[in-house]
Design a protein around this ligand. Structure first.
Ligand SMILES: Cc1cc2nc3c(=O)[nH]c(=O)nc-3n(C[C@H](O)[C@H](O)[C@H](O)COP(=O)(O)OP(=O)(O)OC[C@H]3O[C@@H](n4cnc5c(N)ncnc54)[C@H](O)[C@@H]3O)c2cc1C
Length: 532
């Protein structure tokens, strides 16, 4: 079977759907292909355990995409026309420290600051100062993230031109830990800030992670750990509705196996069942670059590109477990009552978090530093479970190759998940065994099996340190979404500004492709779809 359209989009995560929807809105005929049974990739909400319990099997928090003009300006009508609604949970987060102390971050900044002052008056002052300083420059960062590489100044140039930017040029190349240890004196507040800074799986001692020490708390202090009503999949469902309204379509259960090239150009893709999807204008991919290079002859990519992909660091792998429960975890707190929180966790001492990150590279779990995030979105969204029921997800990290003490992942994943669940119960003693109706663990191998774009179980498209971010992502010289094979564009987490649910790679790719078609995304949106 052969299908011919203007643009074939290979992979239907939220980023590709965003690119596809802008292209369709500009009048292009677009088809999106995805191997999963529903488009959306890591923005998935699925009934994986017990009827009626709808789990966010990957992402839950979608704070980062809310400042993308896609949503802040509602450019595709996802909010006004296609029903996308965000909830801002309060408290924002709650953590338990190794010594049993606890800390709660509230949406009301004064309340958070009061909570910090319980540990250190100086740290309370430092926190306010950090937020104020971040407020001054956050627009610079946002604009950098939501502009394709090559279409605006580098982050260094943009900061150099900003009145408050000088010190940020240094922070930008510092590590998150270097920032945290200088700004805060309390071991507990350092631990909380380290837990937050590690949220995107970037080791907190890696150069270039300094910005994360500010941006993760800054964003959440403003709009909490935002979750879409109905589950993470509400975002791609709104995108698919928009895409279809603009004339595009999605084909699921379809694995793209190779690129079709003719006369030096990419002119389509071939799928596992032998079908061809041909593109009159171009092919857009969110296939992981490590797989993509195998989908066309090596000489078409060029030696430099292939070497760049070979040396591209895939980042740290993730581990997750899911529990259908009859009660939400109620965490030990500093107050008279336990506390429920959509986002909670254990915050190990910072030196252990650093060691945990290092160990992952060496196929070793430094258990005192185990990163755990407990997500219970049903606390604020009753549509996701039967009355009184809750979905609890525990997110952590683990090496792709199973550590020796766990044997192999087939059995080792249940052992590790049981350790994580025991830690959760230590923090929330109400969550006894009989409150759990069903559970399931996913090792990094399972995560990859469920989505080939999560290469080796990594969930952010690759390391986001200095060497692999911005103009270096995925390969120096090829960061503007145009690939070495003419007619082929890359989007998704392996492109700027990287992983998480930001929509940045998707919208940036749309800007570049529309530019190549002689169109401007901004004027197309302003004119309500008329792209000329
Ligand atoms: C357990 C877990 C928890 C997470 N929590 C969060 C969170 O709370 N907040 C957050 O922001 N992020 C979170 N993430 C990360 C986030 O899900 C990803 O960074 C994000 O989904 C990347 O989006 P994307 O559009 O680039 O690609 P993806 O969402 O990975 O989508 C890529 C799509 O391409 C398809 N595909 C790939 N190869 C092929 C092929 N050859 N043929 C056909 N289709 C193909 C895949 O099936 C997939 O649908 C989490 C991820 C996991 C696994």
């Amino acid at each position: 079977m052969t299908t011919t359209v203007d643009f074939v989009v290979a992979g239907g995560g939220h980023n590709s759907l965003i690119t596809a929807a802008y292209l369709a809105r500009a009048g292009q005929e677009v088809v999106v292909l995805d191997v999963r049974s529903e488009a959306g990739g890591g923005a998935a909400t699925e009934e994986i355990l017990t009827p009626g319990f709808l789990f966010d099997t990957c992402s839950t928090g979608q704070t980062l995409i809310r400042v993308n003009p896609l949503l802040s300006k509602d450019e595709l009508g996802l909010v006004s026309e296609f029903g996308l609604t965000y909830i801002e949970p309060d408290p924002v987060a709650h953590v338990v420290f190794p010594d049993g102390e606890t800390f709660t971050m509230w949406l009301d900044v004064e309340r958070t600051i009061e909570e910090i002052a319980r540990f250190s008056a100086a740290d309370a002052v430092a926190y306010r100062r950090m937020l104020d300083e971040f407020d001054e420059v956050k627009g610079v960062y946002s604009s950098y993230r939501f502009t394709p590489i090559g279409y605006g100044p580098s982050i260094d140039e943009a900061l150099a031109a900003h009145p408050a930017g000088a010190i940020w040029r240094r922070r930008n190349v510092m590590s998150a830990w270097d920032v945290i240890r200088r700004e805060f004196e309390s071991r507990h507040i350092q631990a909380f800030m380290s837990w937050m800074a590690f949220m995107t799986s970037q080791p907190i001692d890696s150069p270039g992670s300094g910005y994360l020490a500010y941006s993760l708390v800054g964003g959440r202090q403003r709009s909490s750990w935002s979750v879409p009503l109905g589950g993470s999949a509400s975002l791609p469902r709104a995108l698919v509705a928009a895409l279809e309204a603009y004339g595009g379509s999605v084909v699921t259960d379809t694995l793209v196996t190779s690129l079709i090239t003719e006369e030096g150009r990419c002119v389509g893709v071939e799928t596992e069942d032998g079908s061809e999807y041909r593109a009159r204008v171009g092919v857009v991919s969110s296939i992981h670059v490590k797989d993509l290079v195998g989908m066309a002859p090596a000489e078409m990519w060029g030696e430099g590109f292939v070497y760049g992909v070979d040396t591209y660091d895939e980042g740290l792998s993730s581990f997750a477990s899911y529990y259908a429960a009859t009660e939400a975890p109620q965490f030990r707190s500093s107050g008279p009552e336990p506390i429920g929180a959509v986002s909670a966790g254990t915050a190990p001492w910072s030196e252990d978090v650093i060691e945990f990150g290092r160990g992952l590279r060496e196929r070793r779990l430094h258990r005192p530093g185990t990163f755990l995030l407990f997500a219970t979105p049903t606390l604020v969204d009753e549509t996701r479970a039967p009355a009184g029921g809750h979905t609890v997800k525990i997110l952590s990290l683990a090496p792709y190759e199973c550590p020796d003490d766990l044997g192999d992942w087939d059995t080792g994943k249940d052992v590790l998940a049981a350790e994580h669940f025991q830690t959760l119960r230590d923090c929330a003693p109400n969550l006894t065994e009989e409150k759990i109706l069903a559970w399931k663990a996913k090792s990094p191998v399972d995560i990859e099996a469920g989505n080939p774009h999560m290469w080796r179980g990594t969930i952010h498209g690759g390391d986001r340190g200095l060497a692999y971010g911005g103009p270096q992502r995925p390969v120096p010289g090829w960061a503007s979404h145009r690939m070495p094979i003419p007619g082929l564009y890359q989007t998704g987490a392996t492109t700027h500004p990287g992983g998480s649910i930001t929509g940045g790679p998707g919208r940036n790719a749309a800007i570049v492709i529309l530019d190549d078609l002689g169109m401007s995304l901004d004027s197309m949106v302003a004119k309500g779809g008329d792209s000329t």
